[in-house]
Ligand binder design. Sequence first.
Ligand code: B16
Ligand code: MG
Length: 212
Amino acid sequence: QIKAFIFDLDGVITDTARYHFKAWRRMANELGFDFSEEKNEELKGVGRLESLNKILQWGGITLSEEEKIRLAEQKNQWYLQYIQEVSANDLLPGAREFLLATREAGIKTALGSASKNAIPIVEKLGVKHLFDVLIDGNKATKSKPDPEVFLLGASELNVDPLSCIVFEDSLAGIQAAKGAGMYTVGIGYMLPKGIADFQAGSLEFLTPSIVI
Ligand code: B16
Ligand code: MG
């Protein structure tokens, strides 16, 4: 029996990927190379330092750990500037309604994000109170595809991982959810076919009873 829904943030509740892309690209450009939006797909759901390592590899650049930390910090400063203006208008279609319907159906809700900035973002979006539990990149130390973020969500909600459904837009995130033994709902159009147990373009035309 399904007791909880766990939601990824970026790509499911809101679209912060474009701001991450803008900031990482600015950093890459300063280092003298560029990368495409298609490549950016590989960074979705992946933590900050892992993302940086991938980008540096694409640019064929090797740096010391201190230099990497400095660059990751610089990228985050730019990212924080870009997300200043985030408001309820930036919720993806149907996100708020789906969260409300989930709670009305008596199903618990958790946020399961790799982002260290997830909590200020859900505050700006005005949906923080719709989550029973918030797991972000400060609580979860291992990046998706490690299942840690979702297992922590289940544990804080006090439900069996097998009673949870995860809503995810990224490949790393779907792999993380599967590793946690959870049923997966893929959101968006970027996932390879057949990866998630159930696939939908957005939360807009979903109801909790369709996915259970
Ligand atoms: P930060 P999610 C992830 O969020 C993003 O998809 C990913 O692109 C980003 O690098 C990661 O958070 C870390 O974000 O730099 O803010 O800590 O999809 O797991 O909600
Ligand atoms: Mg995501």
